[in-house]
Design a binder for this molecule. Sequence first.
Ligand code: BG6
Length: 491
Amino acid sequence: MADISQIVIFGASGDLTSRKLIPALLRNFAEQRFHKPLQIIGVSRSARSDVEWRESLDEWIPDDLRAAWSGFAPSLSWRAVDASVGEQTQGLADHLEALAEGRTANRLFYLALKPSLFAPTIRTLSSHGLLDGPKDPKLGWRRVVVEKPFGRDLPSARALNRELLEHVREDQLFRIDHYLGKETVQNILSFRFQNAIFEPLWNRKHIESVEISVCETVAMEGKRGAYYDSAGAIRDMVQNHVLQILALVAMEPPTSMAADAVRSEKVKVLTALRPMRPDQVAEHVVRGQYLASPVRDRGYLEEEGVDPASSTETFVAVRAQIDNWRWSGIPFLLRSGKALHKRYTEVVLRFRTPPLDLLAGPSEGEHCALRPNDLRLLIQPEEGVRLSFLVKRPGPGMTMVKSELGFDYSDLDAGSSPPAYQRLLLDAIEGNATLFIRGDEVEAAWAFVDSIRAGWDQEDVPMFGYEAGSHGPEEANNLFVGCEGTWSIGP
Ligand code: BG6
């Protein structure tokens, strides 16, 4: 039985490692969440000493973790390895053996790398026996964590899945979507299935539409332009984060919280997303690019690293349909964008109106009755739940006013929500894959996204401009039809 867990981070000189991974590991250490001692091995092509690496991380250590850092830092060591050079990988293998108790040490390989390096790195690790553990995985395991993006379309995601699965089993692969590490995203499942009052209403009979918005104020800060220009909002946010939230909102109850029980239900929803025909895309999808405005002196096309003639979208809104028993005919309105007016992620379930308005009487013509009831799951930065309804205003007659019941996470005596990576790293070390994406989930999400992108490629679909700091292109409002309302403006 292994007494030590080794975390080998490839791409350790990158931003993700210093900003997220090390602070997350350290916080788990400070909270004594690890059952076994850890050895953390930073791997990158550049040479540095263990001490230099530790010193470079110093600025990222939050003040409340300073005391724990001095106890934790000695477990960090550095190896300069170019995975395309055989002897260097062999050197890493020897180093890991020397650090630990040989084959029975647990090993987590974290690929914080450019996606093009995922497959070659796994191939090299495999050919040097680094992925071979003891025959009985209980004696010492090997796991691989893969960062996003996982492919850039369905064919590349499939090819990557195939290639990785030649070297590791699916249960050894942990594909990250950091949104699943957020407490409020996990709460979607708990809220739905641990309360008896909401689930009976959670279907097409009672719900008229579902909105999922992931709005950001950030644009191309830092040196993001070049990466982003090859991705765009639909690949960068919708394929992963937005569709993961959708899957949790729309899935059937799993038979347990075991990884495959939950993930199988999510896959069913994602595969039930109706793919669009190219000629339907202009009607059901709105895309846009931000323009310079009083709040930002550059538009997207003027950003560093962005092609001035780019057709990459920084905003996308989709009217999606899920073809299953629970949701048939109910629009799922999805939206994500950069340089918007406000940062918030929110799910809004809008309930149908009562069958008859007893106060106003039968309505004639085009009049839209007020939709009194919606349930809003606030994911970030405000974290909570809001349920709205009508109440009678005191006084003569019957005047109704909209009111709200609310819960805020900040009212719980539980401190602030732990960072997403803290939970995800701990789960990967403990072998709990519930909050990681299975290969078929990734593929199902790409199939839907690809159908939209095919429309953009094949048809003449407009790219709308929107002012940085605005709510996005006006045209996105047209995705709501009839009396369905309009996009939420956030809490
Ligand atoms: C990342 C995207 O996956 O998520 C970024 O690549 C985006 O473009 C980020 O800004 C948003 O994450 P969060 O946790 O800040 O909402």
